[in-house]
Design a protein around this ligand. Structure first.
Ligand code: C2E
Ligand code: MG
Ligand code: MG
Length: 658
């Protein structure tokens, strides 16, 4: 972690002495002589700890720290002042705005000790913050533990899995079989690593580490064998569990035996079991297990794992065709039968071959099970070989999602700007700020991929604030440099709009950055607005009162309904690229666009068309009355420097055109 720190004091001598002491101890230090200067610095300075004087003219240390607490809740603040100020600082300490009070004159060693503690406190806090977001957003069973195996928090899925709602403060050991308690402690898991353990109710879990912090871990608990299912299946002793299945695969691999593993899962089982009741669903599973065992005879082995996944292991297969024929002869008589309330069930069946599809038993099996679960969600495919590429894609998505939690902190994000061309003014009338993510390992990741991930997994609010802050700073800077850039459009995700402090945050940052609200346009998607009409109406009205323009993004991909727009203060309608793709060849598209333009104009909105790539498309949308165009035909999204150069060249072009 970089050790960045901000010192605030109106006494230059003190700033110099503290800077010398702290830089010598490896901290990276910036200084400010007033609260105002500190807040301006913080806009661009991603610092972890603030050390401030209390008595300062205009804005005292108390006022400064209350603002910092509200705007940058992760920053850890300390006050350094004369002892006579302690009484006043007490309320800050109690409110959590200040972490410690240090006395002037200070002892070097004591001060360095407190600063080091503050950085540790920051790291701990950040971990808890990220862990909490992860837990809230993830559908998987996640728990946060601190050493040794002490449960700090757990999400609902994990509580269900562990069979208890009150688990905070307890030890994870209480839920594990005795032999596995020590193992979990000994094998200090790093992010991405996994191991298997057993719960006292006999459920077997694959435990993997999702996030690691200075004092704790976020663990994902993935059941591989369902204890309850096996408990009821007492008459079926010949079913293997996860560990036994791994041993069988190991034997195949060690003895160079060609084998096929087939996973069979009932689609929509969860839904069925809710409809018919849990015990009836259990009976159905047992019934299917018996049928599969009978049909298989002595030809192989059968396992029953979590998520109602059966795994059939057939050794000694001569080829893939042979493997499929053998498997089909066992499975077809069962899957073809009526099972549940006289209905035929729908199965997702997938398979892999040993040794072709891998040489590490746990990886082979886990990939096969994961692939089968993914397939069960896809209604079309039936009998599929293990799809290595699909699994790699899924795993890549999981790694991206984890990396996304650090993207803002590690400064991997930046903005590009794509110009919008105004037909009437014959010049660039603004730009759209588009986020880019450059990851050291994954390279450039498209927002079309990571924004939906961030929305699903809880990183969107932080990322959204980063975008807004960066865009505000850039727009304010351009204006102060006398650059006429029109409006800067910023994409706002629905998640951000629902944040309780969103409007407050916006107002505060307008003030802090000095951005002119009339230089801004917020782009919101139609689908989100329609689904949250009443809540949005109030927020949008506040934006309008501030002078911020509002645009509907991606019009044409959702309901495409204009009637509701009347209720909202909307200034711009952006027609999505997908709606105009075939505009050169399809007259229906032309008349559709013409109608949208007419309706939008009736409602006093400007129309922007997105994704215009060719001159022909450009001419058509111009004739149809669109006001503004955004697309590769004008320019792709550009870096700040490239965009400003483009702006200059368009200015001189429109000057020559008169
Ligand atoms: P969007 O807001 O509809 O942005 C327009 C997208 O269309 C951009 O893709 C842009 O590069 C692309 N585009 C523009 N003209 C053309 C063209 O002529 N041809 C083609 N093929 N594409 C064109 P990008 O930058 O990949 O962004 C994709 C989406 O990601 C955006 O769609 C937006 O929904 C989301 N996004 C991007 N930045 C942000 C952000 O800062 N915050 C939020 N919440 N979402 C963002
Ligand atoms: Mg947009
Ligand atoms: Mg769009």
């Amino acid at each position: 972690m970089d050790k960045s720190l901000l010192l605030v004091d109106d006494d230059v001598g003190i700033l110099k002495a503290l800077t010398r002491l702290l830089t010598r101890s490896g901290y990276s230090v910036k200084t400010a002589q007033s609260g105002e200067e500190a807040l301006t610095l913080l806009l661009n300075y991603d610092c972890k700890v603030v050390l401030t004087d209390f008595r300062m003219p205009y804005m005292d240390g108390g006022q400064l720290l209350s603002k910092i607490k509200r705007l940058y809740p992760d920053i850890v603040s300390l006050v350094i002042s004369g002892y006579s100020d302690f009484e006043s600082v007490k309320s800050l300490l109690n409110a959590g705005s200040a972490y410690r009070f240090l006395q002037k004159p200070w002892e070097d060693d004591e001060l360095l000790g407190e600063i080091a503690n503050a950085f540790t406190h920051y790291a701990k806090h950040l971990f808890q913050h990220q862990s909490q977001k992860m837990l809230l957003a993830s559908p998987d069973a996640l728990i946060e533990i601190s050493h040794p195996n002490h449960i700090v928090q757990a999400n609902i899925t994990a509580r269900k899995l562990l069979g208890s709602s009150m688990i905070e403060g307890r030890s994870l050991d209480e839920f594990l079989v005795e032999t596995d308690r020590q193992r979990l402690q000994e094998q200090a898991l790093a992010v991405g690593q996994s191991m298997s353990i057993r719960l006292i109710n006999h459920t077997e879990l694959e435990v993997s580490c999702r996030l690691a912090g200075p004092y704790g871990l976020v663990l994902c608990l993935n059941p591989v064998t369902d204890g309850e299912l096996l408990n009821t299946a007492v008459e079926l002793p010949s079913l293997l569990n996860y560990q036994q299945l791994i041993s069988v695969i190991e034997q195949y691999l060690d003895s160079n035996c060609s084998a096929v593993l087939v996973v069979i899962k009932i689609r929509s089982f969860e839904l069925w079991s809710r409809m018919i009741g849990y015990s009836e669903a259990q009976r159905t599973i047992e019934d299917i297990a018996l049928q599969l065992l009978n049909s298989m005879g002595a030809r192989g082995e059968l396992a029953l794992l979590a998520n109602e996944q059966f795994v059939l292991c057939l050794p000694d297969v001569a080829s893939e065709i042979d493997a499929l024929q053998k498997a089909a002869s066992i499975i077809d008589p069962v899957t073809g039968k009526a099972n549940l309330m006289s209905s035929k069930l729908d199965y997702a069946v997938s398979y892999c071959l040993i040794p072709e599809d891998g040489d590490e038993p746990r990886t082979v099996l886990n990939n096969l099970l994961l692939g089968n679960l993914m397939m069960a969600e896809d209604p079309v495919r039936m009998f599929m070989r293990y799809d290595q590429q699909a699994i790699e894609r899924k795993k890549h998505q999981i790694s991206l999602n984890q990396a996304l939690f650090h993207a803002v902190q590690q400064r991997q994000l930046f903005l590009n700007f794509q110009p919008k061309f105004d037909f009437a003014k014959y010049t660039l009338s603004g730009c759209e700020a588009l986020i880019r993510w450059q990851h050291p390992e994954f390279g450039m990741v498209s927002p079309a991929l990571f924004i939906p991930l961030a929305e699903q997994h809880g990183q969107m609010v932080d990322i959204g604030y980063w975008v807004l802050k960066t865009a505000f700073i850039t727009a304010a800077k351009w204006r102060s440099q006398g650059i006429h850039f029109g409006k800067m459009a910023i994409n706002i995700s629905g998640r951000q709009l629902m944040e309780p402090d969103f409007i407050h945050w916006i107002k505060h940052h307008i003030q802090l950055t000095g951005v002119e609200p009339t230089d801004l346009e917020f782009e919101l998607t139609e689908t989100f607005l329609l689904n949250n009409l009443d809540d949005c109406a109030i927020t949008l009205k506040t934006f309008a009162e501030l002078g911020i323009s509002i645009a509907i993004d991606d019009f044409g991909t959702g309901y495409s309904s204009l009637s509701y727009l009347n209720k909202l203060p909307i200034n711009v309608l952006k027609i999505d690229r997908s709606l105009v793709l075939d505009i050169e060849s399809n007259l229906n598209t032309e008349s559709l666009v013409a109608n949208v333009v007419r309706l939008a104009h009736d409602l006093n909105m400007k129309v922007v068309v997105e994704g215009i790539e060719t001159l022909d498309q450009l001419n058509i949308v111009k004739v149809l009355g669109c006001d503004v165009v955004q697309g590769y035909c004008i320019s792709k999204p550009q870096s700040e420097e490239e965009y400003l150069a483009l702006l200059t060249s368009f200015e001189s072009l429109s000057a020559t055109m008169g």
